[in-house]
Ligand binder design. Sequence first.
Ligand SMILES: [Zn+2]
Ligand SMILES: [Zn+2]
Length: 307
Amino acid sequence: MGENYYYYDGLKTLTSNIEGKQIVYCGVLPMAKMATGDWVRLIVYPLIFDEEIKSRGGSATAKYVFLVPDWDSDEIDPLGKNPFYLRPKGRVYKYQLDPEGCHENRALHWSSIFQEDVTIATEGHAQIDMELISASSLLSEHSFVNILRAALTEPEPIIALSEEIFGEEDPTEGRSILAGPVCRQCKYSAGEMEYIKDWDRIQYSCARCGNVQEADITEQEYWVQSEILEAAALSVIAPTLKIMRDNADNVNRDSIVSRIVNINATDHGNGLDRLVVPFVDSERGGQSIKELMEFAREWDKPHAELA
Ligand SMILES: [Zn+2]
Ligand SMILES: [Zn+2]
């Protein structure tokens, strides 16, 4: 059974017990400028974790994996407070413009900046083995496609799961859509799809430009609701440890993501350990990674504030 390890004390306990290769899932990269709290979760704790296992000199090694949510989008219409009540109306991050015009798209912009920032911030530290995985690169993976297919063709059980966690609301005016193809012509995800079950193919009519496309499920691109996209990616990444933030929202997200990962899994083993890190606010911002690593060794509560 997976266990939760809290803050620095938990990290020390965890690193004193582990052996062998660890796949540490650090989370989804923000598609915006990172705040101090993001740095703490995405870089500060992985670096401390890495320092601890290296200083123990045991057999443990770790690779740190980050998800680039290029098939997610903020161009959606929410249909209620439950984050699974929604419809897509625009483009996924992979097809949104780079806000500063220096990269091909918004997903590439923020993931490149993240990598550059990490390189600068970790100067003088031992190299860490990290990998950024784009959700769109996982379409050749069986477990990813299984979850995607469920979201595209049978959303009801997933919506029911979400209602157990986020609550059920009065019926909204529109039916929730949890995933849908990206139009090959205009790159929007706003249209009607039909699943051709016998052939595992999707036919899609774009409501924006009128394009009609039909192809195998693994030959199209998609918009996918955030937690489902993360669950599909995690089914491939198969981490041994997940770093997560300590607040009710994240605990709910974590819980639905794990349940979706297991929706199609034959073995329902849940050996995933979690390193729970505090929620950090910083009014001023601008602390160096080194400073944050020192502070992080003192934090022992769900919420930390930096002056
Ligand atoms: Zn750019
Ligand atoms: Zn179109």
